[in-house]
Design a protein around this ligand. Structure first.
Ligand SMILES: Nc1ncnc2c1ncn2[C@@H]1O[C@H](COP(=O)(O)OP(=O)(O)OP(=O)(O)O)[C@@H](O)[C@H]1O
Length: 430
């Protein structure tokens, strides 16, 4: 320690002494100096520990930040993909009309015009056939996808009814109408050669019109049963309301299905919902109705009169129908289905009580005259209600009094509604 240099002496100067002017005099002991060094080492060690701890903490923060970075990078990639997806141009939907050679196809776009377009190499040749629905690239109009044919939405819009038990003898008072239906629907399906022999085309469609519950559906079911045809029932209002935007497509699919299941009868109930006269100020809903109607007209124009698909439509409002639907070649048989007169009412009551146990003295004539102004559906309700009264009284058979009670019950809403309509103006105008 005696050889300690001048700088060292300055550095080891005791605390509190003036370090620059300090002269090592040799009076300080080596012991003091070792103590000083020990203190200094302890200080440095604790400082080192502290820095190590800080370093560990920084390391773990770094790892956390790195994992966050990865997470955000993934999120950015996902958002980018979403933006790209949203930016891609929509595909145009079209129907294949014909295949031209191996690499061209004639399509009719959903907006109307026809195009001769190319086919993407990824398209399976087998699925590309006339009638298939395809997606076209918006710029090149090349076919990029074949949309699978689905019967699913249609199954809900229409009913394939089994009209097993309905026959003409269950229809009361509509002999003329039955005759019309036999000529225009039954015979073309069962004896097409008779028409060919004479050289005339049977009507494609029959339009039944009349009040609700007068037997229009019943007529259609009976003819379907006679001809053993598939009976497809479509309700016009459902076509529009339930399948907004899809009405036209459904009409197409319904006809496709009818052809597949031929012989078949398409029964369009509430035709007025899709075929009412067009108004000038067309809103979205009207346009939808129009598209559906146009598709119906196109389908009717497109199929062969002598084919095995017949159309029967029904409406309560002939007056609101678009004249286009009544043009020759479409619904060219228009049949009025009237409310039953007294004779018809008697007949309908007899039909609906056929399978009931009734007393021998039932005066059907009297019941029919009492039930003036009621429809076939009401008469069916009268028979059912009389049966219910007999059951309630635990009777062995249905008596005249039950029928009288039931006529009164079923008639009361009719009387009420007549009263309301005649009373109303009086109340309104004092
Ligand atoms: N002429 C009739 N002969 C026998 N039963 C009838 C007759 N008319 C109606 N009915 C009875 O009323 C029920 C309902 O009739 P249907 O569904 O055929 O009426 P619709 O004219 O098609 O009515 P909507 O216009 O409301 O569709 C039938 O199932 C049948 O029981």
């Amino acid at each position: 320690m005696n050889e300690t240099s001048e700088t060292d002496t300055k550095r080891f100067a005791p605390a509190g002494a003036d370090r620059n002017n300090y002269e090592y005099s040799g009076s300080e002991t080596d012991e003091d100096f070792s103590k000083y060094l020990l203190d200094r080492m302890k200080q440095l060690e604790s400082r080192n520990t502290l820095l190590k701890e800080q370093c560990d903490q920084m390391e773990s923060e770094k790892r956390y930040v790195e994992s966050q970075k990865l997470r955000f990078e993934r999120e950015v990639r996902r958002m980018q993909a979403e933006i790209d997806r949203l930016k891609t141009a929509p595909l145009v939907v079209a129907t294949v009309i014909d295949l031209i050679g191996t690499d061209k196809v004639l399509v009719k776009s959903s907006t109307g015009p026809q195009f001769l377009v190319g086919i993407s190499q990824f398209i399976d040749d087998e699925s590309l056939m006339p009638g298939a629905t395809v997606a076209l690239n918006q710029q090149t109009l090349a076919v990029v996808d074949v949309i699978p044919f689905t019967e699913e939405p249609m199954v809900n819009a229409m009913e394939v009814v089994d009209p097993q038990d309905v026959d003409y003898d269950q229809i009361g008072g509509l002999d003329e109408q039955v005759q019309e239906i036999v000529e225009s629907v039954e015979l073309p399906l069962t004896k097409p050669e008779a028409f060919a022999r004479i050289g005339i085309s049977p009507p494609k469609g029959v339009l039944l019109y009349g009040e609700p519950g007068t037997g229009k559906t019943l007529l259609a079911k009976a003819v379907a049963n006679r001809t053993e045809a598939t009976f497809i029932r479509v309700v016009g209002s459902e076509l529009i309301q339930k399948y907004i935007g899809d009405g036209a497509k459904l009409v197409r699919e319904i006809f496709a299905m009818a052809r597949k299941k031929a012989p078949s009868i398409i029964f369009i109930d509430e035709l007025d919902a899709i075929a009412s006269r067009r108004l000038n100020d067309t809103n979205g809903a009207d346009r939808e109705v129009q598209r559906t109607l146009m598709q119906l007209l196109a389908e009717m124009d497109g199929f062969d009169n002598r084919g095995e698909v017949r159309i029967i439509a029904a409406t309560n409002r002939l007056d609101v129908l678009d004249p286009a639907i009544l043009r020759p070649g479409r619904f060219d048989r228009i049949v009025y289905v009237p409310m039953p007169d007294a004779n018809a009412r008697e007949m309908i009551l007899r039909i609906h009580t056929r399978n009931m146990k009734i007393a021998k003295d039932i005066d059907f004539k009297k019941l029919a005259s009492l039930a003036e102004g009621v429809s076939g559906a009401d008469l069916s309700a009268i028979a059912m209600e009389a049966g219910m009264l007999a059951v309630r009284e635990d009777k062995q058979q249905v008596e005249m009094e039950h029928f009288l009670g039931s006529v009164k019950k079923v008639m009361s809403p009719i009387k009420y509604s007549v009263q309301v309509t005649t009373d109303q103006p009086q109340t309104m105008f004092g």
